[in-house]
Design a protein around this ligand. Structure first.
Ligand SMILES: Cc1ncc(COP(=O)(O)O)c(C=O)c1O
Length: 417
């Protein structure tokens, strides 16, 4: 096709391919437990009703013109207060940038920091860093993690790759695993970045951290930690990604924010101005009011997290029971986000119709067809496709749907020889 090399070489979303497979079966009447997309079914997980009312009110008040390029001041001031109150972080309104969900901020972070060929280091599995590397012509280095560290990267794993790198992309709670950094793990990574930056010459770009904490308010009994709270000197080098998409089940409302060093944020703002990736003004006005009311937000979070955790626990317990019954499966205790890490160790087996399950994609298709259960193999997040690990997202499936799915998975796996 006569389009740019960039457009021609875009990597299609593997998750959307699985979604299409699910939709095709659904259109034939199959009742699939869809644990694929990192989204919420609004009939199961609606946005807070008070937020919805604020959005409607803001439209009635005619907040329908362009918002300021960095976001309305009232929202940035609310964020300043939230950062202080919830994370003990001191940021000024000028160090915050609002956009239409958090994706544009990730893209802007890459564009603001990366020159073609610059090295970006990120863990695999992780979400979409390969795509942002492609879009920014970065030299992406995916560092594979293992179950031994709950699939979180460690300083020891990252160290061989950070010499000369421009960006280290981190996320906790992590999509796709639902696992989180321990304090010791993140401290060691922070110290490694500080040490690396001491070796950089005057005028050379430092090693920056992009810290995606979009799931930070969705944790289950574990404390969320972040680089600047642990090591304040990292403030000049850390760009945070955050927003309401996940913590308020508001993926379609499109309000995200980033914060970091004022000069980097100013460049990200300039880049996003040309893209026009602002959050709609009425939504900004609504979130400024709603998110500033800590009691309301906490009330919502308490019941929302309880509901998410019930689903994650049901899935986790179901897999532990299958394991106890002798099936080659496992699961990692849910810590945060809306995801569970599942091990389904059946690669190399043969289906009743004689097909070899050669990789995790084959096993996923088998489970979709045979157990009406749709997961996402970790290979969609950058790991080798011969590893038997999968992401289950509970946002699009009812608790009942999850409970009913477990015996179907058990029966399907028992048929593999
Ligand atoms: C780790 C992570 N960061 C960012 C995003 C994007 O969020 P948004 O919908 O606000 O663009 C996602 C969405 O799945 C995510 O998992």
């Amino acid at each position: 096709m006569n389009v740019s090399v960039l457009a021609n070489t875009l990597i299609g979303s593997e998750i959307i391919k699985i979604g299409n497979e699910v939709n095709e079966l659904k259109s034939k009447g199959a009742n699939i437990a869809n644990l694929t997309i990192g989204d919420f079914d609004p009939s199961i997980f609606p946005v807070p009703s008070a937020l919805k009312e604020e959005i409607v009110k803001a439209y009635h008040q005619n907040h329908t013109n362009y918002p300021p390029a960095d976001g309305i001041l009232a929202l940035r001031e609310t964020i300043v207060d939230v950062l202080k109150d919830r994370y003990d972080l001191d940021y000024k309104a000028t160090e915050i940038l609002v956009s239409g969900g958090s994706r544009p901020l990730i893209y802007a972070t890459y564009l603001a920091l990366i020159d073609p060929g610059d090295k970006v280091v990120y863990p695999a599995p992780s979400w979409n860093n390969n795509h942002y590397c492609h879009l920014s012509s970065a030299n992406g280095v995916a560092v594979e993690t293992t179950a031994e560290t709950n699939f979180m990267p460690t300083a020891a794993l990252l160290k061989p790759h950070i010499k000369g790198a421009t960006l280290l992309a981190l996320c906790s709670p992590l999509n796709p695993t639902g696992t989180m950094f321990t304090t010791a793990q993140l401290e060691e990574i922070c110290d490694m970045v500080i040490e690396e930056n001491k070796t950089r010459a005057e005028g050379e770009k430092p090693l920056y951290i992009m810290y995606d904490q979009i799931y930070s308010l969705l944790t289950f009994g574990k404390e969320h930690i972040n680089p600047v709270s642990l090591r304040p000197e990292l403030k000049d080098y850390t760009i945070y990604i955050d927003g309401i998409s996940k913590c308020l089940a508001a993926t379609g409302v499109r309000v995200g924010w980033g914060f970091g060093p004022a000069q980097v944020i100013a460049k990200m703002k300039a880049l996003l101005t040309h893209i026009g990736a602002w959050a709609p003004k009425a939504e900004q006005v609504a979130v400024a009011h709603y998110f500033g009311d800590k009691n309301l937000v906490d009330q919502f979070l308490t019941s929302f997290k309880e509901q998410v955790q019930l689903s994650l626990d049901a899935l986790y317990n179901g897999f532990q029971e299958m394991k106890a019954d002798g099936l080659a499966v496992d699961a990692i205790v849910p810590m945060g986000a809306i995801y569970l890490t599942l091990k389904i160790d059946y690669l190399g087996k043969t289906t009743p119709s004689g097909d070899l399950i050669k990789d995790s994609t084959d096993l996923n298709s088998y489970l979709i067809n045979e157990a009406q259960a749709a997961l996402v193999p970790f290979s969609c997040f950058g790991t080798d496709e011969h590893t038997p690990w999968f992401r289950a997202s509970v946002g699009g499936c009812s608790l009942e749907g999850i409970t009913e799915m477990i015996p179907r998975i058990k029966s399907a796996l028992s048929k593999l020889k």
